[in-house]
Structures are given as C-alpha cells and as structure tokens.
Design a protein around this ligand. Structure first.
Ligand code: FES
Ligand SMILES: [Fe+2]
Length: 455
C-alpha cells in the first residue's frame, strides 16, 4: 500500500465514479500516477506527431515528443515518413537540436555518430578504433516507433506493437474530424511556424477544457469576448440544438448555428469565405455537418490534441511532469483558401489563442491554479464535480454518431475522456479494454471516412 491508500496495481476506476459524476483530484497531481500515464497512456496511444504539410519535401524533418520521449519525424530521401527516437544509441545524446528543417544527416554532437533520414547509422568518427565485431551499424540505428499512419493530413505514431489500426482508434470520431479535415477538396495545411509555451498545470486540464468545457467560455472569457465583439457578451447557448459527442475518449462539443465561432474573430472576410463554401460542404458532408462546421465548438483527440474548428487553432498538450505541460499551437487552414483569408485566419488565432491571445491567458491561469490547489494534502481528498447534464444522454440519434448528450453545457465529454483514461490506465493489455461504444457508421456516412493511409 502506497501513500494516500493507493496501490500501484490499483483499479483506476477508484479515482472516479462517472455514474455519480465525480473525479478524484489526485489524478492531476500525483507523480506515481503521472509515471503510469507515461507507460499506460502515452506509450500505447496513437499520438499526433505532425501534419503532412510540415514535411513536403524529401529530407524534411521536425522534432516533437511522444509523451516525454523526444522523437524525430523525418521524410527520408525515399519519400517515406518515419518516426524515431531523438536519442543516440551510443550514450543517449540528442542527435537533432532543431525544431524543424531539411537535413541529409543527423550527426551526434558527442562522438560524431551520424544517421540518415531513415534513422540508420551511416558513419562513425574514428571508425578504425572499433575492432571487427565491436559495432554492427545495422543494429545501431535510431529506435523506430512501432507504427505510423495518417488520417487526412494528420500523421500519428505509436510505440505499441499491439495497437489497433489508426482507423479503429479514431473510430466514428472520423465522422466529426472530417468537418475539420475534409470540408473542401484540397484538404488542410498548417500555416508555417509553431508557438510553444509552458504552463504550470496538469496536461489533462487543457484536454478536458477543449473536449467539452463550453461552460467556461461565457464566464472566463467574458471580457476578452466583449473587447473583440463590440461590447457584446458570448451568445447564449441553444441547449436544444447543441451536443456533446464522444468516441474512444475523443470528443467534440458543438452547436448547429454554422457561424458561431467565426464571429469572434470579427473578421467578416473569413465568414464570407465559409458561407461561400458552405453549400459545397453540405453536398460533400451532408447538411448536418455543414452546420456543425464553424458553430461554437471545441474538440480533443485522445489523449493530448485539441482544436477549435471555427477559430482554426490546433494544439497539443505535451506532458512535462504532473504539474507542467508544454503547449504547442499551430494554425490549421484549408489548403485552397485564398492567401488573404489564410492571413486573416492567422491574425484571428493570434488575437484569441496564443501566448499573447486574449483567451489563452485567461485559461492558463485557471489551469495553473486548479493544479496547484489540488496538491494540498487535505484538499486532494475532496472530490471534483463532473455531473452537469448527466441525465441528458441521447440514444440512437439518426444523424450524430458517438456517445451523445444534449446541450453543449455538459460534462459528458469530460466524463467519457476520464472513463477512457481509467480504462487504459487499468488495462494490462489493450485487448482487455472494455467496449464502451459500438460503431454505427456502416451505410450511414455521406463521405468516405476510411481515409487512413500509411505515409
Ligand atoms: S552519444 Fe552520440 S556519438 Fe556518443
Ligand atoms: Fe478557454
């Protein structure tokens, strides 16, 4: 038995009761739970590593993290994308210090071992000092991840050999993802550059905020919204025509008014662009999804990616210990957007979400306080309330797939995120995970959602 009456082989279900609607504060602050998250969640999930548009040419690479493990995502000179550890097999040093670029070789600073774009060991300094049999170059390349795949521009990788396919991992959530990734012929791209900031908070607070916390927007962001919206507050939510939808721990909360988020930018040209393409979007994705797109909405992909489909911020919460994460943000746009609109969208994102954005600062402060306060030795034993909308489950909706709840003011997606978290934390093998939802997509989609392809 460890501290706080918690055993390492614990049933993680003890940290929440989602039928009652509460979560234990210790999941946000304990370092032994965090250590288990790195093994059970981050080393076994499909993790977002790059957008294809960030690696257009052979030799292009970027560095990122999978959990706390540093990796290089590299488009080799054969055109294939690979992901391998950014750690030299000799003594472990980083072999690449740049965020992104184009390279022929990754050369280690320490003793000069060099690796090609496939991660294979090519050359070593003073090679004569190794006697025959000392060094098998073919066995000393950079450690490759177990699997890589992509869905409509987003590249994912996993360290887990036994992982289900990416298509199965995303499941029916692809139906929603297509509102973002496939609303127009050309697909999407990231605008150049990535903004990184550090926030002293547990990574799950960022994810759960974007997965379903529409409720905070009108309160936390009231002054920012008024400043950008001619003094007007956040519009009231139409509880009858808005939802939380969740699949496999991923979640999307949304209204159906079509242009809700875009007004926040105060950028009429962007709104005009979306209104112009909306009829085609309706033909492409169906009427319902053309209304989901651009409505007041927010979403997260389990475990650590979030985005706002209207505002076009795309972000990843990279864990750095239980009390800290690095937030990486990009701007996602349709490739075929006129340049003028892309730049309007980019300005809108910077104005709202980014270290200097009016909304980002409001959120960061709240999450930091939630994390710090929950560390108190007495405080940590109190439960947190996640019961909002618990009786508003909608069964067998003819249009919207997923575990569906009515009203975007709801804690439903957050509850489902933590249920997935507890299922994964508790499962010795992924095959032991309980089935929480069965796909309803067969014969239903208006657009192919099977776009997974090996990159
Ligand atoms: S640690 Fe990389 S060459 Fe020695
Ligand atoms: Fe917020």
């Amino acid at each position: 038995m460890g501290m706080d009456g918690f055993e390492m082989k614990a049933d993680y279900g003890q940290f929440m009761d989602l039928k009652e609607g509460w979560v234990d504060r210790r999941i946000f602050t304990r370092d032994d739970i965090y250590e288990q998250e790195l093994y059970k969640i981050f080393a076994r999930s499909w993790l977002f590593v790059a957008h294809e548009s960030q690696l257009p040419k052979n030799g292009d690479f970027l560095t990122t993290h999978m959990g706390e493990d540093g990796v290089i995502v590299s488009r080799g000179h054969d055109g294939k994308v690979r992901v391998f550890l950014n750690s030299c097999p000799h003594r472990g040093n980083k072999v690449c210090f740049a965020d992104a670029g184009n390279a022929r070789r990754f050369v280690c600073n320490y003793h000069g071992w060099s690796f090609d774009g496939k991660g294979e060991l090519q050359g070593v300094h003073e090679e004569y000092c190794y006697d025959p049999g000392d060094l098998d170059k073919s066995k000393n390349g950079l450690k490759q991840v177990a699997k890589i795949d992509s869905y409509k521009g987003l590249i994912f990788a996993t360290f887990d050999n036994e992982a289900v396919s990416l298509g199965e991992w995303l499941g029916d959530f692809r139906w929603y993802l297509d509102c973002l990734l496939d609303n127009e012929d050309g697909g999407t791209e990231f605008m150049p550059g990535c903004i990184k900031s550090e926030i002293n908070a547990n990574w799950k607070f960022g994810v759960e905020n974007f997965i379903g916390d529409a409720l905070h927007a009108g309160w936390t962001h009231d002054s920012g919204t008024r400043a950008m919206n001619g003094g007007e507050p956040f519009p009231p939510v139409d509880m009858a025509n808005s939802y939380h939808a969740s699949v496999n721990g991923h979640g999307w909360e949304f209204g159906l008014e079509g242009v809700g988020d875009i007004f926040l930018l105060g950028r009429p040209k962007v709104m005009e662009y979306y209104n112009d393409i909306r009829p085609d979007m309706a033909k492409r994705l169906g009427e319902a999804r053309s209304k989901v797109f651009g409505s007041v909405a927010s979403a997260s992909i389990f475990p650590n990616v979030s985005f706002l489909p209207g505002i076009s911020t795309f972000r990843q919460w990279q864990p750095k210990g239980p009390w800290k994460f690095e937030l990486k943000t990009w701007v996602i746009v349709n490739k075929n957007m006129p340049d003028e609109i892309k730049s309007e969208v980019t300005k809108g994102v910077m104005q709202t979400f980014g270290p200097g954005g009016a909304f980002e600062m409001d959120d960061g402060e709240n999450w930091e306080n939630c994390t710090t306060v929950n560390r108190g030795v007495v405080t940590r034993h109190e439960k947190l309330h996640y019961r909002c909308g618990i009786n508003r489950r909608v069964n067998d909706h003819p249009t919207f797939p997923g575990i569906l709840y009515q009203g975007q003011y709801n804690d439903a997606n957050q509850r489902n995120f933590y249920e997935r978290w507890a299922d994964m934390m508790g499962a010795e093998r992924m095959a032991d995970m309980p089935e929480r939802y069965k796909s309803v997509m067969s014969g239903r989609e208006t657009r192919d959602i099977t776009g997974v392809k090996a990159v």
